[in-house]
Write a protein that binds this ligand. Structure first.
Ligand code: AMP
Length: 133
């Protein structure tokens, strides 16, 4: 059985893509804590991030760095937070969250809602920036 995120990579489930290379994929979190909240995932499905082999994990962080640089050029914020939770979806992922105050990374607070066109607009801007870096 493949994870919901593997189905996203395969294009079987839609997502708001913000970045991709041969090994990794990034897309907007559908229940964002902040505008531009993004998930970075490996294309090779592994549940727990600390089961990813060393080289792949290092490459994932470098990929996430480029995604973060793209987000911060598009979404005004102090910096981008990088967090890992992983209690909900068993496919390793890094959360990248535009950060202005500590409560922006409070996963217990109510999530924001955007309509499809708003998600699309944010994703296209970040994807364009990613492709230009
Ligand atoms: P966690 O596993 O606790 O890090 O949480 C999983 C995250 O994935 C949550 O923030 C969800 O909003 C997000 N999520 C789950 N399904 C989707 C989806 N189909 N598209 C985008 N984000 C998703």
């Amino acid at each position: 059985m493949s994870s919901i995120f593997s189905k996203i990579i395969a294009g079987e489930i839609p997502s708001y893509k913000v970045a991709e290379d041969d090994s990794f994929f990034a897309f907007l979190d559908i229940n964002p804590l902040k505008k531009g909240h993004t998930l970075v995932i490996p294309k090779k499905e592994v549940d727990y991030i600390f089961d990813i082999d060393d080289m792949q994990l290092a490459e994932m962080v470098v990929f996430a760095k480029k995604v973060a640089k793209s987000i911060e050029k598009v979404i005004p914020c102090k910096r981008i937070a990088m967090t890992v939770i992983g209690l909900e979806v068993p496919h390793a992922h890094i959360h990248l969250i535009p950060l202005d105050e500590i409560n922006d990374v409070n996963f217990a607070k109510p999530k924001l809602q955007f309509d499809r066109s708003e998600f699309n607009e944010i994703a296209i801007k970040i994807l364009d920036m990613f492709n230009s870096l």
